[in-house]
Ligand binder design. Structure first.
Ligand SMILES: [Mg+2]
Length: 225
């Protein structure tokens, strides 16, 4: 019997767009106060390279936090920054983000919480997914919120699924992972012994298991599992 529903964030609950241009403009001002002189365009390019680098550490099941993320970018430019500065840079990313919610969570979350524990499990190097959910007032519906940077392990590594199950105090067979990534969410969950529901918003049908087009269909789908 399913007792807990675990949500991915990006592409499942919400779509986030960050203006790295805005972040970079602010970042160079902040960094210059620490005696670090970089150009906004160079910083932005280093960030894009760091986004790629982060994909490579995910293949090893690893995750970076914001301090490591920004220092990887600054390292490309021959610099490094302290925790205070990288915390500040992380805040700029949060402020420069725009969020599009992919379903009516005001209706969905209270309805699911009547029958299930609810968790977030996001591959994130920063606090933004949790912060955005909290700021919107959705945090109270979540029993557990996990970001991969908490434990420096990313989906699809089974250890982060087990970590989430431990916090939820449910067994793998009692939980379902809901996400849009076949590799990170669906294969990851199944390897860790969970059920999985794939969010296939484009209707490609690439995976043949339990599939919804949008998470608003979850209450119906959960009855079948
Ligand atoms: Mg996703």
């Amino acid at each position: 019997m399913i007792k807990a529903v675990i949500f991915d964030y990006g592409g499942t609950l919400a779509e986030s767009n960050t203006s790295w241009n805005d972040v970079s403009e602010k970042a160079v001002e902040c960094l210059s106060l620490d005696g670090i002189d970089v150009k906004a365009i160079d910083f932005q390019n280093a960030i894009m390279d760091t986004v790629e680098w982060r994909r490579t550490i995910h293949t090893e099941g690893r995750e970076a936090d914001s301090h490591e993320f920004f220092n990887h970018a600054l390292g490309i430019l021959g610099h490094s920054a302290g925790r205070d500065a990288t915390d500040e840079l992380e805040m700029y990313v949060y402020e420069a983000g725009e969020t599009e919610w992919l379903a009516d969570l005001d209706a969905l979350l209270p309805s699911l919480s009547e029958n299930y524990k609810i968790a977030l499990l996001s591959n994130a190097w920063l606090e933004a997914p949790r912060q955005t959910l909290r700021d919107k007032g959705y945090g109270r519906w979540f029993d557990v919120m996990v970001c991969s940077y908490d434990i420096k392990i990313s989906k699809p590594d089974p250890r982060i699924f087990q970590h989430t199950l431990n916090l939820l105090e449910v067994d793998a067979s009692e939980a379902v992972m809901v996400g849009d990534s076949i590799k990170a969410d669906i294969e990851g969950a199944i390897n860790a012994g969970l059920e999985a529901i794939w969010v296939d918003d484009e209707g490609t049908g690439e995976w043949k298991g339990h599939t919804v087009k949008n998470i608003s269909e979850l209450p119906e789908m959960l009855k079948k599992i």
